[in-house]
Design a protein around this ligand. Structure first.
Ligand code: SF4
Length: 408
C-alpha cells in the first residue's frame, strides 16, 4: 500500500487581502500564508513603521497592528503612507476590540488604509448593542471593500453564548464535559458570526475565520470542527503560546497536526518575546514549520546530525553552524540572482554512519570524519560522490562547492 503523506487541503473559499503589489490570497488552495503582529504602540508611528517593515522584510505576508484608540486609528493612514514610500506594501490588518465600530466610523482614512479588519465576536458588545456594533463593522467592511477576520478567542469567549450552551447542557439527562461545551461555544461563535456577516451582505470571499485556544488538544479539536462545519478560509494559531521553547513547541504541535490534516490557510505563531526581544522570531518559526513540513520553501535547509561520541572535535558543530549562518545571510542576494535557490538542500553530517547516506539525499552533502576515521570529508552532489575535501580550508572549500552548484 502507498504510505500516505499529508491529507489533501480542506477546500475553503479564497480571500484576497490587500490590493496591488502586496496583495495575498488566503485559502482557495493558495499557498499557506505567513503572518505576524506588531507589539508597538500603533500611535507611535516611527516604531510601528520600523517593526512592520522588519516583519515584512523577513517574510511576513500580512502584518496586524493594534487599533485600540483614536490616536492609534489616526496613525494608521500615516503608517500606510510611510510604508508605501519605503517600498513595503505588506497589507495591514487592524486588530479591533470593544470599540472597533466607533473607531472605523470616526476615522474613515484608517478604515481605508487597512486591508483587513479583525473582529473578536466575544467582545464586540453585549445584548442589543452586540448586534448593532458587529453590523456596524461589517457595514464599514462592505463600504470600503475590505476583508474581515472573525477571530474568536478562548480568553474572550462570547459570554452570552457560553452561558446559553451551559444552561442547555445542564438540562440534558447526561450533560457533557464543561470543556467540551466551551469548545462548542468557540466553534459556534466563529461560524455563527461569519454567517451573520454574510447575511449582512459581506461576501464569503471577504471572510477569514479563526478560533484560537491556548491548549493544544482544545485547539486541534475546535479547528477540526470549524473545518468540518464550514468552508470559510482558516487562520490558524495557538493563542498565548508562551515564551521560549515552550511556546515554539506548543504552537508547532498544534499547527503542525492541523496542517497535516489539510486544515489552515494562514498561520501565526503567538510567541511571547523576551523583553526587548526580536519580534521576527515568530515569522521565522512559521516559515520553518511550513518548510520542514514540505508546504512551502523559503530558505535552503541544512540537515545536520546531532553529533555524538563519534564526533570528538568541535569541527563538525562549527561547520554545521557556519554553513547554516552563511546560507541564511547570503540568501537575500542569491535570491535576486538565482531564482529558486531557496529550494536547495544541504547536509552536514558528523561521520560515516549516516553521513554518506544522508548526504546522498541532499543536493549537496558533506560527511566529516568521525573518531578513528581517515581525516577526509567526502562531498556528494546530486547523490553521487563528487570529491573529497581535507585540511584547514575545508569549510571555505565546501562553501565554494555550494556556490559553484548554485551557479550551475
Ligand atoms: Fe553520530 Fe555519525 Fe550519527 Fe552523526 S552521523 S550522530 S556523528 S553516528
Amino acid at each position: 500500500p502507498e504510505i500516505a503523506g499529508p491529507a489533501p487541503r480542506h477546500r475553503t473559499v479564497g480571500v484576497t487581502v490587500g490590493e496591488g503589489e502586496g496583495a495575498v490570497t488566503v485559502g482557495g488552495g493558495a499557498p499557506i500564508v505567513v503572518q505576524s503582529m506588531t507589539n508597538t504602540d500603533t500611535a507611535d508611528i516611527d516604531a510601528t513603521v520600523a517593526q512592520v517593515a522588519q516583519l515584512a522584510r523577513v517574510g511576513s505576508e500580512l502584518v496586524r497592528i493594534t487599533v485600540d484608540r483614536d490616536e492609534a486609528a489616526a496613525a494608521v493612514p500615516k503608517i500606510r503612507e510611510r510604508l508605501d514610500r519605503i517600498g513595503v506594501h505588506v497589507p495591514l490588518v487592524g486588530d479591533f476590540h470593544y470599540i472597533g465600530h466607533k473607531l472605523l466610523a470616526d476615522h474613515p482614512a484608517c478604515a481605508e488604509a487597512l486591508a483587513k479588519y479583525r473582529i473578536n465576536p466575544g467582545n464586540v458588545g453585549f445584548k442589543e448593542k452586540k448586534d448593532t456594533q458587529f453590523s456596524s463593522i461589517i457595514e464599514q467592511a462592505i463600504k470600503y471593500n475590505k476583508t474581515v477576520r472573525i477571530g474568536a478567542n478562548w480568553g474572550s469567549l462570547d459570554g452570552e453564548l457560553l452561558t446559553h450552551l451551559m444552561d442547555e447542557n445542564a438540562k440534558l439527562p447526561r450533560p457533557i464535559d464543561a470543556r467540551a461545551v466551551m469548545r462548542e461555544a468557540m466553534v459556534r461563535s466563529a461560524i455563527g458570526s461569519a454567517d451573520r456577516a454574510v447575511a449582512l451582505g459581506l461576501p464569503q470571499n471577504k471572510i477569514i475565520l479563526s478560533a484560537k485556544v491556548s491548549a493544544v488538544q482544545d485547539l486541534i479539536a475546535v479547528y477540526r470542527e470549524v473545518a468540518r462545519r464550514s468552508d470559510y478560509a482558516i487562520h490558524l494559531g495557538l493563542t498565548e503560546a508562551g515564551m521560549g521553547s515552550k511556546g515554539l513547541v506548543a504552537a508547532s504541535a498544534a499547527i503542525g497536526v492541523l496542517l497535516q490534516e489539510g486544515i489552515g490557510d494562514t498561520i501565526r505563531y503567538s510567541l511571547t518575546p523576551e523583553p526587548g526581544g526580536d519580534r521576527s522570531v515568530e515569522v521565522k518559526a512559521s516559515q520553518e514549520l511550513l518548510q520542514t513540513m514540505g508546504f512551502r520553501t523559503f530558505v535552503p535547509m541544512v540537515a545536520a546530525c546531532p553529533g555524538c561520541g563519534r564526533t570528538t572535535s568541535t569541527t563538525f558543530q562549527e561547520l554545521a553552524r557556519d554553513i547554516q549562518n552563511w546560507i541564511v545571510t547570503s540568501m537575500p542576494e542569491w535570491k535576486k540572482t538565482y531564482p529558486g535557490v531557496e529550494g536547495l538542500n544541504v547536509a552536514v553530517m558528523g561521520c560515516i554512519v549516516n553521513g554518506p547516506g544522508e548526504s546522498k539525499h541532499a543536493d549537496i552533502g558533506i560527511s566529516l570524519p568521525g573518531t578513528g576515521e581517515t581525516p577526509t570529508a567526502p562531498v556528494f552532489i546530486d547523490g553521487k560522490k563528487a570529491m573529497t575535501l581535507r585540511g584547514a580550508t575545508l569549510a571555505k572549500d565546501f562553501e565554494n562547492v555550494v556556490i559553484d552548484y548554485i551557479e550551475r
